[in-house]
Design a protein around this ligand. Structure first.
Ligand SMILES: *Cc1c(COP(=O)(O)O)cnc(C)c1O
Length: 384
C-alpha cells in the first residue's frame, strides 16, 4: 500500500486545477465545535480523504489542534495515518472482516464491535496474539446499518464483560436523521441509547466513553453530546442540511480552482461539446477550463452549474467532459491563465458545496468527497 500520489512537488509545479485548503479555517471550525460541546471530547472524522480535503495533512493538522480522537471509515485509512507517524487514538467506524483483526492490533487501531460474534472473534484473535484489543461497542438505535439492535444490546454488553482480551473503551450509536427539522426519530434514538447505557448503572459498572452525535447531533441535539462528539462535515465548514439549525458558526475551508486554458469566440448555431446539446443563437465568447468529471466535477452539472471568473459568475455550457469543460462568457472578458473558481469564494461571489449539490441533485457531502485524488491539494494557514 502506498500513500495517495502527490502530483506536485511545489506550488510552481501545481496543476492549474487544484484544491486549496485553509488550515486556519479548519482550526477555527474545530474550536467553535469544541466550545459548543463544552466538556465533551472531539473525534474528528477523516473518512473519504477527509471529506475531500486530504486525509494525511488534515489528520496531522487536527492532531496539532488537539483533536482527542480520529475517526476513519476503514482499516486502510487508519494504517495510513499510523504509517505517517500519528499516535492519536483512531477509531475505525465501519464493519470489520475477521482476517483484518491482527492488523488492527498491529497498528493500535480501535475496533468497532457491532455484534457478539465479532466481539468474540476480536477477543480470540487478541488472545492468540497475546494482545489486548481496544474496542467500541456499536449499538443500532434506528439506522439499520451496523451495530447490535438496541433491543438486543444487553447481550453484547454482557458478552464484553467476559472477554479477557478486549478493553471496551467506548460505546456508540449513529443518527439516521438528526439533520431533519422533525427530530422525533432522532430523539427516540437518543432515548434508546440511554436505555442501553443504563445497563452499566444497574450493574454498578463503570460506563465506557459514550458517543452518538454527528454534525447534526452536535448542532441540534445537545442531549446527544455525551462524552465525545464525532463531527465530520461541520468541521469542514459545511452544514449537514438546509433544515439543520446553525447553532455553531463555521466557514468552508476548501476552494476548488482552475485556470483558463483556452479562449475563443463561438459562432451562432455552432454546438458546444459532446452530444451537441447546447448552442447559442448569437456569437459568444467562450473559455475552456481543464477540469472534468474525471476530477469529480459531476457530468450532471452539464449546462447547469456556474463558475467564477474575474468576480463574475458564468454558466458551464454543453456536456462536462472527462478533463475539460466550457464556460459561456457571453460578452465578458477573460484571458488565458485567469483563475476560474469552481467551488468557493472569489471577488465577492461564492459558489457553495450546497449550491453545486442542488445543481447536481445530490448533497454537499458527495460534492466534497467526489473531488478526485488526481486533483492536487494545497494547504494554507495564516501563520504560514
Ligand atoms: C460519517 C460519520 C460521522 C460524521 O458525520 P457528519 O454528518 O459528517 O458529521 C459520524 N459518525 C459516524 C459513525 C459516521 O459514519
Amino acid at each position: 500500500m502506498s500513500p495517495p500520489a502527490t502530483i506536485f512537488a511545489d506550488e510552481e509545479a501545481v496543476r492549474p486545477t487544484h484544491v486549496e485548503v485553509d488550515l486556519t479555517t479548519l482550526a477555527e471550525n474545530l474550536a467553535a465545535i469544541r466550545t459548543h460541546v463544552a466538556g465533551a471530547k472531539v473525534m474528528t472524522i477523516l473518512k473519504a480523504n477527509a471529506y475531500g480535503h486530504g486525509l494525511v495533512p488534515v489528520a496531522q493538522h487536527m492532531v496539532r489542534c488537539g483533536a482527542d480522537y480520529l475517526g476513519v471509515a476503514f482499516l486502510e485509512e487508519g494504517i495510513l495515518l499510523r504509517r505517517e507517524g500519528i499516535t492519536t487514538p483512531i477509531l475505525v467506524l465501519g464493519g470489520i472482516a475477521g482476517e483484518q483483526i491482527p492488523l488492527f492490533l498491529k497498528y493500535n487501531l480501535t475496533l468497532t464491535a457491532p455484534s457478539v460474534e465479532k466481539l468474540r472473534l476480536i477477543d480470540e484473535v487478541a488472545s492468540m496474539l497475546g494482545e489486548r484489543a481496544r474496542v467500541h461497542l456499536k449499538v443500532d438505535t434506528g439506522m439499520e446499518r451496523i451495530g447490535i439492535h438496541y433491543y438486543n444490546a444487553e447481550t453484547l454488553l454482557e458478552a464484553a464483560l467476559s472477554c479477557q482480551h478486549v478493553e471496551v473503551e467506548g460505546i456508540f450509536s449513529h443518527f439516521a436523521n438528526a439533520d431533519a427539522e422533525d427530530l422525533g426519530h432522532a430523539r427516540l434514538q437518543v432515548e434508546r441509547f440511554q436505555e442501553v447505557l443504563s445497563f452499566y448503572e444497574r450493574r454498578s459498572l463503570p460506563t465506557p466513553m459514550r458517543h452518538m452525535a454527528n454534525s447534526a447531533g452536535i448542532l441540534q441535539l445537545p442531549e446527544s453530546h455525551f462524552d465525545l462528539v464525532r463531527p465530520g462535515i461541520l468541521l469542514y465548514g459545511v452544514y449537514p442540511s438546509q433544515e439543520c439549525l446553525r447553532t455553531i458558526t463555521v466557514k468552508p475551508a476548501l476552494t476548488w480552482k482552475s485556470r483558463v486554458a483556452y479562449f475563443k469566440v463561438v459562432q451562432a448555431g455552432h454546438p458546444v461539446s459532446y452530444g451537441s446539446t447546447w448552442q447559442s443563437d448569437h456569437p459568444v465568447r467562450m473559455i475552456t477550463v481543464p477540469v472534468g468529471y474525471g476530477d469529480g466535477y459531476f457530468r450532471a452539472l452539464s449546462s447547469k452549474s456556474e463558475v467564477i471568473v474575474r468576480g463574475q459568475r458564468y454558466p458551464v455550457v454543453g456536456r462536462v467532459c472527462m478533463d475539460q469543460l466550457m464556460v459561456n462568457l457571453e460578452q465578458g472578458t477573460a484571458y488565458n491563465g485567469d483563475e476560474v473558481v469552481l467551488l468557493g469564494s472569489s471577488g465577492g461571489q461564492c459558489i457553495s458545496a450546497e449550491e453545486i449539490a442542488s445543481w447536481a441533485g445530490t448533497i454537499p457531502y458527495e460534492v466534497l468527497t467526489n473531488i478526485n485524488t488526481r486533483v492536487p491539494r494545497l494547504y494554507r494557514s495564516e501563520d504560514a
